[in-house]
Design a protein around this ligand. Structure first.
Ligand SMILES: Cc1ncc(COP(=O)(O)O)c(C=O)c1O
Length: 438
């Protein structure tokens, strides 16, 4: 459908007026009459979908990959260079990892068939936890069925209404949801701004029983790093716990992929709660916490998402365990990933793209400042054989809409160079479309 210039402008004005935290409209009396638009953020989402359809931008979500999604992938029987999967060091598809999962299925079946507390425990759970604890030189670790649920349930369990949670403004949604669940006072401080975090601690710490500072080891949207040493010192100074989410750091940062502490040469014992996921580098599914023995034993008996949820499927635990071993034994994979990401970041910057504060380790954002431009650019690139996910409002503020490239150790230099060339040509075409009246 094509729109008149006036209709486009009206649509764009509506887009620009959207509020960040839309609230739900009052429920209609007849519950069955509830429409999408009555639900939280529903009207906002509807505007985005409507605008996309009206301006000829295809829905970039729920694309079906027909095989292994690695540096290349097959969608609709067509081959693409793929940047939308976080198979950082190519372990999803590695024969040792798949064989470990198959052997676990042969032995235990596909499910743990119970919560680990009550008969869902298998030897591979403890082996995986020991391997993860060892990565952080921690006393113990715990694994759960979902990375997202790990943050929600663990933060929700540890903190309570009399406590204070300070988190980086760019923290992942799962930590925010956990903080909300806890009932603690929750304050977001400006992204990667140690001074802003300190100001909040000075202003609020004394009124709360316990305090938790939450940061990421490698930020999932901007691909930048925190000042870990600074945050450890801040946590000690204000008697707070420090939690670091390593979802995108494990297998990515440090010479052996042990994460931000190894990358910066910081003693990992300064962090009270290491958190991460099994779904990225470790090519399985699930989340983990590593720290002191007493913290882990407490969590294993009290975190609802652990106690009242099924144990991690043994095959996934076995896949994650095999992945940790390969990661530690083959540091050349991590080095290749880092070299690839740095090359891609440099090429993109040289071509004039804004890659924000990205450090060139695995995640490279290309900031476009408009959801429509980002979605349209992704569509043009898809047509040219590159699969990259646009990140649109409300996942990020509208001015921060972007393409996000997940780089892998398995990408070739030729693929990286070709992609930047394709993006350079495509963005010129998109800018000419004057989608936003620019
Ligand atoms: C920083 C961060 N933490 C937690 C999660 C949740 O992990 P999972 O997808 O494994 O549930 C993600 C997922 O992308 C993430 O990026």
């Amino acid at each position: 459908m094509s729109l008149t210039t006036n209709a486009k402008l009206a649509l764009l004005t509506r887009l620009a007026r959207r509020e960040t935290a839309a609230t739900a409209a009052p429920l209609p009396k007849d519950e069955r009459a509830i429409s999408w638009k009555d639900l939280p953020n529903g009207s906002d989402l509807a505007v985005v979908h409507e605008a996309g359809a009206a301006l000829g931008v295809e829905n970039p979500y729920f694309r079906v990959h027909e095989g292994l999604a690695d540096a290349e992938t097959t969608i609709g029987n067509r081959q693409f260079i793929n940047f939308a999967s976080y198979n950082y060091i190519g372990l999803n598809g590695d024969a040792r990892v798949t064989e470990a999962a198959k052997a676990a299925i042969d032995r235990y079946g596909v499910s743990a068939s119970a919560s680990r507390v009550v008969s869902g425990e298998r030897p591979v759970h403890a082996e995986l936890e020991a391997a993860i604890a060892q990565v952080y030189q921690a006393e113990a670790a715990m694994v759960m069925v979902s990375g997202h649920a790990t943050n929600v349930s663990v933060i929700g369990t540890l903190m309570g209404p009399r406590d204070l949670i300070l988190h980086d403004a760019a923290i992942h949604n799962s930590a925010v949801e956990g903080a909300k669940l806890s009932g603690a006072r929750r304050i977001a401080f400006a992204h990667n701004n140690l001074k802003a975090a300190e100001r909040e601690l000075v202003a609020h710490r004394a009124r709360h029983t316990r305090a938790l500072l939450i940061i990421e080891g490698h930020y999932s949207m901007d691909g930048d790093l925190p000042d870990l040493e600074g945050f450890i010192a801040l946590a000690r100074k204000h008697n707070a716990w420090l939690m670091v989410d390593e979802a995108h750091s494990l297998g990515v940062l440090g010479p052996h992929g042990r994460g931000i502490a190894e990358h910066l040469g910081v003693d990992p014992s300064g962090v009270d709660i290491w958190m991460g996921t099994l779904s990225k580098t470790l090519s399985a599914c699930g989340g983990y916490i590593a720290g002191q023995e007493k913290l882990i034993s407490y969590l294993k008996y009290s975190t609802p998402g652990f106690v009242y949820s099924v144990g991690l499927p043994p095959a996934l635990a076995a896949a994650a365990l095999a992945s940790v071993r390969v990661m530690l034994e083959e540091p050349e994979r991590v080095a290749k990933l880092q070299a690839n990401a740095t090359l891609f970041m440099r090429l993109a910057r040289a071509a004039g793209f804004d890659t924000a504060e990205c450090c060139g380790m695995a995640i490279v954002p290309v900031i476009l400042g408009s959801s429509l431009v980002a979605a349209r650019l992704a569509q043009e690139m898809f047509a040219a054989g590159v699969n990259v996910q646009p990140i649109l409002y409300p996942a990020v503020p509208e001015r921060a809409a972007r393409l996000r490239f997940f780089i892998s150790s398995t990408h070739t230099e030729a693929q990286l160079r070709q992609t930047v060339e394709i993006m350079t040509e495509a963005v010129a075409r998109v800018r000419k479309m004057k989608l936003l009246g620019q």
